[in-house]
Design a protein around this ligand. Structure first.
Ligand code: ATR
Length: 277
């Protein structure tokens, strides 16, 4: 029987995961079918059970909004990074029949940064803006790369402080107020993990945190550069990266976990980029 994989979410019709994983499967000659499943907001546990334990032969799932926390609760086992993220974007049926939860978002972002810059985070001063679910998902893989310093700022300061407390055993992380950034030298890497760009808003960060060498990353992406990347470019940043690569790389990490084969993410990213235009 062909192995089945899927992404579950609500809404789901705009998900690019079926296209990405089908391209990976074709490239690597893996006999699998990957689909998108719209799950009612109160129906996630039943849908997962049916997928893995029902008549089909479900082997792995991606999980997207709004079910990542529920997937975390529901998994029988968790990887260390999923445990820290308190969110799961990948479910794997193990050979023993249990469901393992992982979170590949942060590893995907690190891989995307690595492609664009050879030593992305090691010994670098890193600024992360935002303290929601998206940021929680990346902090463990970021700190694993051993930055010299990771500063986290957020509109609601208490949430940044909470994350800094939770992750301080993993590396040098400190929460700051936006106003304190005026005293900071330019950062090596800045990641915008807020959803401010969705409304065309900018997080209130001063231009002085950016130099020509600063690598500026926005976890959002779209047809046009995000408001944050446009602003960063105006401040003189030369390396501007949006979140499309992270989307492809987190999928590549999931695919490799499921199938044991690393796909060529570059060609898939290039074709998605062309489609966006
Ligand atoms: P996600 O899952 O995308 O992280 P989230 O958990 O709702 O979504 O988090 C959204 C993040 O964007 C938060 O850090 C939020 O700041 P608050 O914690 O203060 O709400 C941030 N954010 C959203 N809109 C923003 C804006 N206009 N300016 C600054 N930060 C914003």
């Amino acid at each position: 029987m062909t192995d089945l994989y899927a992404v579950m979410g609500n809404p789901i019709n705009h998900s690019k995961s079926p296209q990405i994983h089908s391209a990976f499967a074709e490239q690597t000659d893996q006999p699998l079918v990957y689909s998108a499943i719209l799950v009612p907001t109160d129906g996630f546990p039943a849908a997962v059970k049916d997928f893995f334990k029902g008549k089909g032969s479900g082997k792995g799932l991606n999980v997207t909004v709004p079910f990542k926390e529920e997937a975390f609760q529901l998994a029988d086992e968790l990887t260390a990074r999923a445990q820290k993220a308190q969110a799961v974007n990948t479910l794997i049926l193990t050979s023993e029949g249990s469901i393992l939860g992982d979170n590949t978002d942060g590893a995907g972002l690190v891989k995307d940064l690595t492609r664009n810059q050879s030593t992305p985070l090691t010994n670098k001063r890193v600024l992360v803006i935002g303290a929601g679910g998206a940021v929680r998902g990346i902090l463990q893989p970021f700190l694993q790369e051993q930055p010299s310093e990771l500063v986290i700022v957020n509109r609601t300061f208490g949430k940044a402080q909470q994350l800094a407390d939770e992750f301080k055993d993993l590396g040098p992380i400190a929460a700051k107020e936006f106003t304190q950034l005026a005293d900071e030298a330019p950062f090596d890497v800045i990641v915008n993990g807020t959803s401010a760009s969705l409304n065309g808003d900018l997080p209130p960060v001063p231009g002085s945190i950016i130099s020509e060498e600063t690598v500026v990353y926005d976890m959002m992406y779209g047809k046009e550069p995000t408001a944050f990347l446009v602003w960063a470019s105006e401040q003189g940043a030369k390396t501007l990266i949006d979140g499309l690569g992270m989307l492809v790389e987190q999928a590549a990490v999931s695919f490799e976990l499921w199938r044991g084969v690393a796909p060529d993410s570059k060609t898939v990213l290039a074709s998605l980029r062309r489609q966006l235009q």
